[in-house]
Design a protein around this ligand. Structure first.
Ligand SMILES: *Cc1c(COP(=O)(O)O)cnc(C)c1O
Length: 375
């Protein structure tokens, strides 16, 4: 058995990435104008069946841009799952609004539609669904609550490029969707992000905020305080090459996830483990393979794997456990048992395109050995 170090994630840059980056360099368009920006925006919008895509410098900024364009700010509240990456809530905080943390369900590990209503107040301006680890949130049920209260739903799809709800891709399911192209995401631009929307006015506002707030019809005239949140043409060149191969990337991840399930599935009940499963209405894109264990065994398992050259990472600690978001005003004193349980019991296992069947076998063998012969 090879002892090659297995990282949790690794980008696959074996397509046209180098070629396109060199084309960008040769063209001299290395900042935020250029053909690759336009092409990435057009191709990604089409991919998500959205009218517009606005590229920007990372996935956190994508959320910030969207909230700015929605006019969200001081005195407003945005509902966010407590079980998510910190960026989802931080972007709300940047605007002066308050992220209100909502619990997650423990089957697919996303925002629990049944816990939304109790968190809605007259200050609520939007509901942010997050499609965690590649499995989409229950957008139909979330949308139903949102409609009852006249609220827009926005999607943080940073971990779920290409995931589907009832055959429709994320990013085109609510008012707008945001994506990250960080190096460990399903497709990457190094650092980068994008917002998709069908709303013309929202897209125009995001383009303005992205470029210092300049009036599109009057150069160097700035009616609003904007930002420099642009993506470079070099980053977009990488993104265009990645998007060409997204179907193949999904296929690889699906195969790897299926191998994990095959090898570990029969032992789950015995050792109190849980693997992800796909809701009947969902297409899961398996950003990172996930495993839940009894809480007391999660960290020792990660330690054991690391001793055998296998990287893993814990699930996100729920935001309500972070000192920056633990105050009552972020969750109205409501308990968030789902998020707490998920944060304490989950880990991500290596998932990347060049992983071989032997690599997955090796990880599974170590996981099973940990549970059968604890060290
Ligand atoms: C990665 C990620 C982000 C932020 O993306 P960056 O490109 O790292 O800024 C936001 N939300 C979620 C759920 C993420 O996983």
């Amino acid at each position: 058995m090879s002892d090659r170090f297995l990282p949790v994630a690794e980008p696959d840059l074996t397509g046209n990435e180098k070629r396109y980056v060199n084309e960008a360099l040769d063209s001299g368009w290395i900042s935020s104008n250029g053909d690759f920006i336009r092409r990435l925006e057009a191709d990604f919008a089409e991919y998500c069946a959205a009218r517009h895509a606005v590229a920007c410098c990372n996935g956190t900024v994508a959320i910030h841009l969207l909230l700015l364009a929605m006019g969200i700010g001081e005195g407003d509240e945005v509902l966010v799952p407590s079980f998510t990456y910190v960026a989802s809530a931080n972007a709300v905080t940047y605007t002066g609004a308050t992220p209100i943390l909502v619990d997650s369900e423990t089957e697919h590990w996303n925002l629990d539609p049944a816990r939304l209503e109790e968190a809605i107040t007259p200050k609520t301006r939007a509901i942010m669904a997050v499609h965690l680890y590649g499995h989409p949130a229950d957008m139909d049920a979330i949308g139903e609550v949102a409609r009852r209260h006249g609220l827009p739903v926005i999607e943080d799809a940073a971990e779920a490029h290409g995931a589907e709800v009832n055959g429709r891709r994320v990013g085109g399911l609510g008012l707008a969707g945001t994506f990250s192209f960080y190096g460990n995401k399903i497709i990457t631009t190094g650092e980068g992000g994008i917002v998709t929307t069908n709303d013309d006015e929202l897209a125009a506002k995001m383009r303005s905020f992205r470029g210092q707030g300049m009036d599109p019809n009057r150069r160097y005239w700035f009616p609003i305080v904007g930002y420099n949140y642009r993506m470079t043409n070099i980053a977009a060149a990488i993104g265009c090459a990645q998007l060409e191969r997204i179907d193949a990337f999904h296929e690889r991840r699906r195969t790897i996830a299926a191998q994990y399930s095959e090898r570990l599935g029969s032992e789950c009940e015995h050792f109190g483990l849980q693997l992800p499963h796909e809701a009947p209405w969902a297409k899961h894109v398996h950003w990172l393979a996930c495993l839940r264990t009894p809480a007391e065994q999660r960290d020792p398992l990660m330690h054991y794997l690391s001793e055998h050259g296998i990287d893993s990472r814990p699930f996100f600690p729920p935001l309500h456990e972070l000192p920056i978001y633990s105050a009552d005003r972020f969750h109205g004193g409501r308990p968030l048992p789902g998020a707490t349980e998920l944060g304490a019991t989950g880990l991500n296992l290596p998932t990347f395109n060049s992983m071989t069947e032997d690599d997955v076998d090796r990880v599974c063998l170590r996981v099973l050995r940990f549970f059968t012969a604890p060290v």
